[in-house]
Design a protein around this ligand. Sequence first.
Ligand SMILES: NC(=O)c1ccc[n+]([C@@H]2O[C@H](COP(=O)([O-])OP(=O)(O)OC[C@H]3O[C@@H](n4cnc5c(N)ncnc54)[C@H](O)[C@@H]3O)[C@@H](O)[C@H]2O)c1
Ligand SMILES: N[C@H](CO)Cc1c[nH]c[nH+]1
Ligand SMILES: [Zn+2]
Length: 433
Amino acid sequence: MLRIITQQADVSAELQRICDRTHDEQVLHKEATVREVLQAVKRQGDKAVLHYTAEFDHQTLKPEELRVSGSELDAAYQQVSKELLQAIRLACRQIEAFHRQRVPKSWIHFGDDEVVLGKRYTPVDRAGLYVPGGRAAYPSTVLMNGIPAKVAGVPRVVMVTPPGVGKAINPAVLVAAQEAGVQEIYRVGGAQAVAALAYGTETIPKVNVITGPGNIYVTLAKKLVYGTVGIDSLAGPSEVLIIADEHANPVNVAADLLAQAEHDPMAAAILLTTDAALAKNVQVAVERQLVDHPRRIDTEKAIAHYGLIVVVESLEAAAELSNEFAPEHLELEIKDPWSLIPQIRHAGAIFLGYSTPEAVGDYLAGPNHTLPTSGAARYASALGVETFLKHSSIIQYSQTALQKVAGAINVLATAEGLPSHADSVRRRIQQEE
Ligand SMILES: NC(=O)c1ccc[n+]([C@@H]2O[C@H](COP(=O)([O-])OP(=O)(O)OC[C@H]3O[C@@H](n4cnc5c(N)ncnc54)[C@H](O)[C@@H]3O)[C@@H](O)[C@H]2O)c1
Ligand SMILES: N[C@H](CO)Cc1c[nH]c[nH+]1
Ligand SMILES: [Zn+2]
């Protein structure tokens, strides 16, 4: 049952508990498992990858089966319906159109005294995309990761995803990969997949950046390999926070809460509402919608542990609580959503109005659905083209320009106790004189 509390109760502490669910003490034993997997893959390569695939995914693979073959890729097109292929292609077009807007561009500025300054963007050489596959198949995540990587111009893009029953990968995932231009796919998931991408194995190449969402094991692994490789953000178990007023439809609000809760027993679903009657009606609607839910057990777990309805005093109070939580997805199911926007400071994606279910963003609105969770939206953002790019600063000085700043550099270098810095400038000035 989805709990209802009022704002008088210690709401902030309760929201913090839900927010911290992936980095609290209860996940420490999972972190120990992940550390063990990372170390083993680093030392033993494919052997460890295959061992953990047998242990956690219950699939016994030979090393040569790790990479998805060309014939399996071709066959996938025969296994998906025409409607699914059309939907994937529509999503592709919309996601690509969105991500092509405002791609960071290199720039150069020619200033006085022949000083040239700028930034030069270059893609990483190799990117590794993690596509989840434990509890559901995610062709949409293939597109959300593969398309920005291709738009960024990454020369080698590889994808990992867990093997399903009979070692097979969901054909929709394989079709989505090909539509996004990704051909190099390995059947491995969890922490062992992240480790393989971070350290490289005999079969799986080491990459420069690992992107993509995943469950607690994947997210902890990404956190631990950060530094050896870059990562997009900590995009862990899904979450939604809905701010709703008395005009919101309780059945729709309930459906949106369940749409995130159904991802994972560690998913979070929170409603902040100014209307006590709506709170009760949503609670009832959630129960009803759970009755025949095909993913009932996991979804109920998420709702029981990380679900909450709070009756708040005002929309402003709701916005403040939402900022404390910093949700992955924020829905504003209120009459004038634009009026609340200035108060929203931290959210991965914001969905405005009664007719914008979060699912539209999950699949095909265009913006990326790989988003920071567990409070990471306070400092991180959606995956984007820039995730696959880095920039080098460009600096060129003429002799005249150097002469003008030599004195100041000398003072700064002396203050820092770094004489060779000062010397490297002074020598050039003296050479000219
Ligand atoms: N934040 C985002 O942007 C976003 C987007 C899409 C999905 N998601 C989240 O991605 C996740 C997908 O999770 P999933 O489980 O379906 O797929 P997954 O691929 O993330 O995880 C499955 C893998 O977890 C590993 N694993 C499972 N149990 C284990 C155990 N006991 N010990 C060690 N490893 C274990 C297995 O190796 C398996 O391959 C969900 O939490 C969903 O909410 C987040
Ligand atoms: N809601 C997920 C992000 O938390 C993305 C997704 C993919 N498919 C369905 N939903
Ligand atoms: Zn979703």
